[in-house]
Structures are given as C-alpha cells and as structure tokens.
Write a protein that binds this ligand. Structure first.
Ligand code: BGC
Length: 992
C-alpha cells in the first residue's frame, strides 16, 4: 500500500472515530422530565425534603456513550431567581454523581403552601456542562395538623341510618357555599381542601380543577389525603360568571367572591364493593362503611399584594342545600341529574341564597354519634358511623384521576323500540357525555354493559348489584349536554332509553375515559398480530383498573384493591405506564391495612383499603395475596430504584415477616386464612400449603435483597438464612428422590422454579416434569393466577423458550390468543368469559355469568415476559442504571401450529429514558435495533455463534468504533456486547 493511501485510510478512520466519539461531546446533555416525588409539577407535597428526579438525553439522540458525571440543582421562590447566585432556597453546588433520581431537597425549610421552582444542570462524561433545564415547580401542602385552621363541617343530618338492604339509598349530592370578599388586590391564593366523601371545589362559578373523585379512597378513620391548588387566577380574574353583574372593574377592591363545594357520598358513605351483595357493613347495607354523613374541610389562603394574609376556612358560617340537580351520586350505582333543578350561579357572589333552601351547616361532630351493627363474614360488632376526624391529613401522592381520552361512539342501533344501544368500540372505565334535545322533564336513562347477548340485549348479569345506571332529566331548552361527576362504570355499550322520536345521532353519547393519569411508557408489537392486540388489551385494562387503587375490575360491585392481582401484575404495569406515584399511594394503603390485632397481627389483608373482611369467617388474608405487601414495594424498588419507599415500609414488612415466621415455625407451609390459592386454575389444584411455602420463600428472598440495599446487613443475612431453611424444608417435604416434585401440577413446578426453592443445579427433573405436564395437557396451560404469571419466564429461563413462545401464540383454550380470537379488546377474568360458541357459559359450559369480568388485568401479567424475555429488556440493577437487552428468538419451525414470532418491537420509557429493543429474523439472519438511554450501560446479547459473525451499523462488532462499546465475548449462543447510550443496529447470521 502506498504511503498516500495509508495516510488517507488513517485519516478517514480517525475521522470516523472522532465523529462517533465526538457526537456526545459536542452536543452535550439535556436534562428533562423533571419530577418531584415521581410527579410532574405536583401540588400539595407533604415531604419536607421532597425527592427530585430527571432524565438526561444527549442533544443528538444518535450520540453514543453519553453519561452524567455531575449535577447541580437550584431551587428558588420564584422562576426568575433560578440563576447563579440568586437561588434563595437551595443551590446544591456541583455534585459529582450519576444520580438522577431520589435527589433529596437539601435547602431551607419549606413552608405550608409554598410554591418553589427548580431546575437542574448536569455535566457529561467529559465534564462539559449542559444548559439549565426548563424550570419546573412544586407546591407544598399544609404540613402540620395545626396548619389546618378550619373545622370539619357537614349538612345537618338527624335522620336515622338507612337500615334496609333491600332498598337502595341514594341521597342527592349537596352544594355548600361561602360568599367572601377580598379586601385588597390578590397576589396569591391557594386552596387546601379535603373531604370525607367526594368533593369538587369551585370559585366564582368555575371548577378549581379537573381532578375527579377527590380526595380519593383511604381508610378514612386513619388518614385522608388533601389537595392544594393554586387559585390565584380564579380570584384575580373577573370572569363573566365570577363577577357580580354590573359590579366592580377588575382592579377594584373589595371584590366579592364565592367558594363552592359539591359533595357526594363516594367511598366514605356510598356503596363499596360487594357489601350489599353479601350483606356486609352497617345493617348489611353495604354502604356508610366509614361514616354516615359526608363532611368537608378547607382553607383558602389569600396573600394580598401588600403582603398581608387572610384565610377563608370551613366553619359554621357556610350554608348547604340538597335541593340541587344531582339527585343521586354513587360511585357504583350511578348518577341522576335533574337539569330542571339547577341552581344557576349558586357558587357566585351574586347569587341570592334562599334561606329556606340553604341551611346553615353544622360542625361535622355536631351530628353526633350513630351506632349500628357492622356485619362481616360470620361476625357482627357495633360501630359508630358518626363523624370521627381522621387521625391524619396527608398529601395525595398519586397522579390525579381525570378524563384522559374521549371515545366517539362507533355505532348505534335501536334493538327494541325506543331503546338504543351505542357501541363505543372499546371496553374501558369512565362515563359518557350525553347530548340531547328533548322536552323539559324527559328522563333519559343510560345503562352500561361490557357485552351484549346474542339477541342484542345488554349483558348486565356480571354487574351483580352495581346498578350502573345514570339518568338525565332534561331542562327542555334546546341542546343539552351532561357529564356525571361522581360515578364511573366499566363498559363498552350504553343502552339509552327516553330519547325523543326521530333519528338518533351518534354523538348523543361520547365516551370519556377516566383513570389516574399515569403516563404511558411502553409499546409492544410483534409479527403475531393477535398478541400485539393482546398487549393493547392489557393497556386498556390497566387504565380501566388503575383508578385510585389497583382494582380487580371496574364493572361489577367489587372494585377492590385485591392484593394477589396487584402483586402478579405490578411489573407488567410498570412497562405499560409510569406507576411509581400510583403505587406509592397504594402501598401506603396496604401498610395502613396491615392487621394490627389478634394472632394474625402483621399479615397484610386480602385487599387494601380494607373496608370489611371477606371469605371464611375470621380469615382476613390469603397466601400469596398477603405477600403483596413485600412484592409490590420490592417491584417498585427494582424498577424505579425507590429506596425511600423501601425504607418507609421496612418496619411494616419486617412485622409481616415476623408474622410469617410465627405462623409457620416448622416451615411446613400453612393453610390458615382464605384459600384463593392458584385462583382460576383450569382443573389443576395446587395445595395451599405448597403455595404458602413458596410464597414465604419468595418474600424472604426479596427482604434479603432489600435489606442489603438499605445496608441492613444483619437482616439481609437473617432473611437469606430463612430462605435457605425454607429451601431445605421444601426439599424434604416436596422433592422426591428422583428430583421431581411430589405435587404434580404445572403451577407447583412453576412456583418451585420461579422462587428458586429448586436451585438451578437441581432444576432439570422439575423442568422435565413441567414440560411433560404441559405436553400431556395438549400443550396447554392449566395454571391459575399464580402459575400463569411465571410459567413463561420459567420455561424461558430453563431452556424451553420455544415452548414458552408456543404457549404465548396458542389459540387453544386456555390462552391469551384464545381470548383475542373470541373478540376480546380487554383482558378477561376468565380465558373463556365469552366464547363465540357458548356465549357467556364458558368453553365447557358452567361459567357463572355474574363472576365474569371483561376487564380484569391479572392474566395480562404475561406482558412482563413479553417485555423482559421476548423483547429482552431488563434491569440489571434497581432503577435501570445498568440494563440488559437479550432478545430471545423462537427457533424457526419450532411451533407446529403457526409461524413462530419472527419480529418484535418493544419500546419502554424507563426511569432513565427510552429503551428500545427491536429484532427481526429474516432470510436466516437476525437484525437488532437497540436504543439505550443516556447515563446507562447495557449488556446487549446478539444471537450468534461467533464474534466475527456480528456487525454493528455495517461494521464488524469487534472493530466498530463507538465510545463505551466493548465485546465481552460469546456467552450461551450470543455475542455479548457492552454499550453505552445511543442507537445501535446489529446484524448477524441467525442461530437456528
Ligand atoms: C377478584 C379476584 C380476586 C379474588 C380473590 C375476586 O372476586 O375479582 O381477582 O383476586 O376475588 O380470589
């Protein structure tokens, strides 16, 4: 080679290296997605040292190897102060660290109601600073009980507690009003408010926020969450509605205003769960579980331009009426609205309140006590459903519940004269907006159902005692629109009666999707469209059930935060949405519901909150369900790296483990409690004691891992040794001399392998046993909730990925594909909740139509495997700082029933940013497109038999020049490459 050519080569190679390596450097990092306590712009934060987080992205998304080497946070009392030297609350200074989450605020003490702004600057791997991020803010709530200066107030309520379970008691919503004046120009105004019941605040005729179902559901005797909303603009604006007609100009003072509250029963006083169906609660009515009369508490803190302050609080000067339009308002039963009874302007200062209609309120305590027998399975005790102030008022730590999407109706038909059924095209949870023009007094009745019978009838058997009916009574003056505010339903179809004769436009009803607004994070698609559809179904079903607590189902009279369902699905939930804040709230509910008294003190109950017991008399927990109290915090820690959560719940989890030890001192597996077991298994029952021992072991292992992360070395050792003792006991009791399990069910094998009670070295006989059981069952699962969650991961982990894929792609009953082929657009409680052949009777007949939800996320837990194993996106350490991308391809021809999956695309917006894993098998070769977020390293496993068979962006992987890219070697049929952030395109000849 001539000298000139050598120089040219050297130069171009150098240039290529420079370009590849230089991109991150020249463009730097951009800090973004700023969050406080896992929420964007939260208001009402109670943590005195809130934890901040952000992600970093290279300005050039293609740049490789971008890392954060240091950060600096400024926090100030105004956005204008977020500059060098001016931040009056906190300047962290430059901190050498790659940390981007759980950065605790370390500045001046923050006050109740204070709004603070912050931004962050980071330095990249070469020490180059980024620009400052866009500013973000958070607002503190009222921090101490003493900061609440108002009183709990209520409507006077001397009536008896309804005691007849045969008659639905659905009282009207009440309106509360308090006229007040602002004496001087307003600089800032913040409303802090909460309720026992549901409340919607308004000022001068305008709703204070779009948030629904405030304050949410907790055990109200212990704890009620509050909201803090900046209402400055509402007080400063002289809107048409807010301003007194013909009154002062914008700047004039004093100005008159009115604070309003619309209040309904909600979880506090309304119907909860199956209480009515099975006769629980006061007088067996299933309602007034926490109290008889809703109450409210608020404080509007106004700061004037001259620095003086004033508060408008709930006290006995407020007035209340129950004569308004909302005649019924119950979360389960529905809402009735009589538009003729509207009280125009009732929450404006101009309104003249007729004192005969608007009564003075009383302090909630003044309603006195009301005693009633409270029924639970096999027992009854006397309770007082009079007002009791919650022991604590806390921050709401979940994202708000609100309408997140609008669904236009897809079709309508008149299935009987005057009865129209609208199809919204998707099973979801929420309400409809009704638009109608009819004579005054015309009642329009809306019934909700998930399915229709063969004759077109709305299927309502599975609603059980949830009436799920809304009624609108027309005002009669042109087109009217109405949206209920204190109820929701799980449905796809709406039956409407009472519409005036004539054509019925499709926009008579429009679906409004309601959920906690957890940002979507994942996308999954693969070559088998049926399974792509199944993933969509999990998304819809998650949205329909993540409403205040992870409910089991939204349609029937249940909606309880069932622990078993939540624990098996938690990891899948994290792939579909950012649920860090949602679970933070619910795990507090779980801790609060932990049993305090009796021999089972320390156990976590069947669901949280825990309004009443259910199941066997005296039984309050169930094996594997109770373990959710450990599994859910562990899962959130693994995914989000949230050590604070683990620390907060540590004592509670340790009490739980003490109870588990007390309950089963000889490590035999215990059978006490409720017997949900491997719920909904298909004719293969696994003994409860077996499941219990596995669950105990799993909790012990998780505790050992969390203890180690928290630096609790002794406890880590103790839990590890507990695990070992359980494993030894398990071997003695359940493993036969030939290495197979004495309990011969698919779920038994799955649990033994998944919990590692059968260690890898001894796994082969149990794996063989599992495989043969599946094969003998016609290559079908027989597993219930517990076994189904882990059957595919276990098969994949033990060398039977092709079989796992075959089960995933199966269309036979029971399978995910079967359900989709029967028409599912959501995840069903039973695989055969509906079949084209037998309707609602199940694949083999005999299904109970009442216990047949079409929106039950539990079996959707398979998506954890689809993201982690099939697409191969997994965290190697809590918080996804180190990740692993191991796409697992089923072998060509490995599925006799259909073409094995030959491409997958999975994207996941993880706690450090977007991870992508796309693979495609084509013409004997495999292509992988991988994206790794900044500040992360990934181990990428490229299926290949030799390092030199792998190309990256067209160049041999061994020589491809990318910063931080390193070939580790050939491991288990894959070339393992360690990479930093960036986009990579690997190509290889496939391993067959
Ligand atoms: C729920 C389940 C729950 C179960 C307990 C059912 O009513 O819908 O999902 O886990 O009870 O076995």
């Amino acid at each position: 080679m001539g000298a000139a050519r050598r120089i040219w080569l050297a130069t171009t190679t150098g240039l290529a290296l420079l370009l590849a390596g230089g991109q991150a450097r020249s463009d730097g990092l951009v800090p973004q997605r700023l969050a406080c306590e896992w929420l964007a712009e939260p208001s009402g934060v109670a943590a005195r040292q809130p934890r901040l987080s952000w992600i970093v992205e290279p300005a050039d998304r293609e740049a490789r190897g971008a890392r954060q080497s240091a950060w600096r946070v400024l926090v100030a009392s105004g956005p204008g102060l977020l500059v060098d030297g001016a931040a009056d609350l906190w300047d962290s200074g430059r901190v050498e660290s790659a940390r981007t989450a759980e950065v605790a605020y370390g500045g001046k003490p923050l006050e109740s109601g204070q709004r603070v702004w912050w931004r962050v600057q980071v330095w990249d791997q070469d020490g180059r600073p980024s620009g400052w991020s866009e500013p973000a803010s958070w607002t503190m709530g009222l921090l101490a009980a003493a900061d609440w200066r108002g009183s709990w107030i209520a409507a006077p309520d001397a009536g008896p507690l309804p005691a007849d379970p045969k008659v639905l008691h659905l009282p009207p919503a009440r309106h509360y009003r308090k006229p007040f004046a602002t004496a001087k120009p307003v600089r800032r105004a913040v409303l802090h408010g909460t309720a026992l019941g549901l409340v919607e605040w308004s000022i001068d005729g305008r709703r204070v926020s779009e948030e629904l179902f405030q304050p949410g559901w907790t055990d109200y005797h212990e704890r009620v969450p509050a909201r803090t909303v900046d209402v400055t603009k509402l007080l400063q604006d002289a809107t048409d509605v807010g301003r007194v007609a013909g009154s002062e100009a914008d700047t004039d003072v004093p100005r008159r205003h009115c604070l309003g509250a619309t209040v309904a029963d909600g979880w506090y006083a309304g119907y909860v769960g199956y209480g009515l169906l099975v006769g629980y609660g006061p007088h067996r009515t299933g309602r007034s579980i926490y109290g008889k009369t809703p109450a409210i508490l608020c404080q509007l803190d106004v700061e004037y331009a001259d620095g003086t302050r004033e508060s408008i609080v709930t006290d006995t000067s407020w007035r209340v009426t129950d004569t308004g339009p909302i005649r019924e308002a119950d979360l389960l039963m529905g809402e009735t609205y009589d538009a003729r009874r509207e009280l125009p302007g009732w929450d404006t200062a101009a309104f003249v309140a007729d004192e005969a209609v608007w009564q003075p309120v009383v302090t909630a305590a003044a309603n006195g006590s009301t005693r009633a027998p409270f029924h639970e399975p096999g027992a009854s005790r006397e309770v007082d459903v009079g007002f009791a102030p919650p022991r604590d008022i806390v921050a709401y730590t979940a994202p708000p519940i609100r309408v997140t999407e609008t669904l236009p109706a897809k079709a309508v038909d008149e299935w009987r004269p005057g009865v129209h059924i609208f199809d919204l095209g998707q099973n979801f949870a929420g309400v409809v907006r009704l638009q109608v023009e009819a004579a005054a007094g015309t009642p329009i009745r809306l019934r909700f159902g998930e399915m229709r019978h063969a004759d077109g009838r709305l299927m309502t058997e599975n609603l059980r005692r949830a009436r799920a009916t809304d009624t609108y009574i027309c005002r009669g003056n042109g087109v009217e629109t109405w949206t209920p505010r204190f109820t929701y339903h799980g449905f796809q179809f709406v039956e409407v009666t009472g519409l005036p004769p004539g054509p019925v436009p499709l926009d008579t009803v429009t679906g409004l999707v309601i959920q906690n607004a957890t940002p979507a994070t994942g996308r999954f698609a693969c070559s088998d469209e049926t399974l792509t559809q199944f993933w969509r179904n999990t998304q819809w079903t998650q949205r329909a059930n993540f409403i205040e607590v992870p409910t089991d189902c939204p349609q029937r009279d249940e909606r309880l935060g069932w622990m078993g369902d939540a624990q098996i699905y938690a990891r899948t939930a994290t792939f579909n949405a950012d649920v860090a804040a949602f679970f933070t709230k619910w795990i507090d509910d779980v801790r609060e519901a932990q049993l305090r008294d009796g021999p089972d003190a320390g156990a976590y109950p069947d669901y949280a909150p825990y309004p009443f017991a259910h199941g066997k008399p005296g039984a309050k927990f169930g094996t594997a369900w109770t373990d959710a109290g450990v599994i859910c915090p562990w899962t959130m820690w693994r995914v989000y790296g949230d050590e604070g959560l683990v620390r907060r719940h540590w004592d509670s989890m340790a009490r739980f483990m003490d109870w588990r030890a007390r309950r089963d001192p000889d490590l035999e597996g215990a059978e006490t409690g409720n017997t949900w077991g491997d719920w909904l298994n298909v004719a293969e029952n696994t003994p409860l004691a077996f499941i219990d021992l596995c669950s105990h072991a799993q909790s012990a292992r998780m505790m050992a891992e969390m203890a180690a992360a928290l630096g609790r070395a002794e406890e880590a050792t103790a839990y590890r040794s507990r695990f070992e003792r359980i494993a030894a006991a398990f071997r003695r009791r359940h493993v036969r001399p030939d290495g197979r399990l004495a309990v011969d069910t698919q779920t038994a094998c799955v649990l033994a392998l998944d919990t590692e009670l059968v260690a890898d070295a001894h796994a082969a006989p149990v794996v063989a046993q599992l495989v043969s059981r599946i094969e003998r069952n016609g290559c079908r699962m027989a597993t219930g909730f517990l076994g189904t969650k882990s059957i595919l991961p276990v098969l994949t982990a033990h060398g039977h990925h092709d079989l796992a894929c075959r089960l995933f792609q199966s269309r036979q009953f029971p399978s995910w594909g079967f359900e989709v082929e029967q028409g599912a657009n959501s995840v069903w409680e039973r695989w055969d909740s509906y079949t084209k052949e037998h309707g609602f009777d199940g694949a083999t007949g005999g299904n109970n139509a009442a216990m047949n939800s079409f929106s039950h996320y539990a079996f959707g837990a398979v998506m954890e495997w689809a993201f982690r194993d099939l697409a191969g996106i997994d965290a190697l350490e809590p918080g996804y700082g180190r990740i692993r991308i191991v796409p697992r391809l089923p072998a060509p021809g490995s599925n006799p029933d259909r073409r094995p999956i030959d491409w997958v695309e999975a994207d996941y917006d993880g706690p450090r940013g977007r991870i992508e894993s796309h693979w495609r098998r084509q013409d004997g070769s495999v292509e992988m497109r991988v994206r790794v977020p900044a500040n992360t390293t990934a181990e990428v496993h490229v299926p290949a038999t030799a390092v030199d068979a792998v190309l990256e962006s067209g160049r041999p992987v061994a020589t491809a020049a990318a910063p931080g890219m390193r070939v580790i070697g050939l491991i288990d049929g894959a070339v393992v490459v360690e990479v930093g952030s960036g986009a990579y395109r690997f190509a290889t000849r496939a391993v067959d």
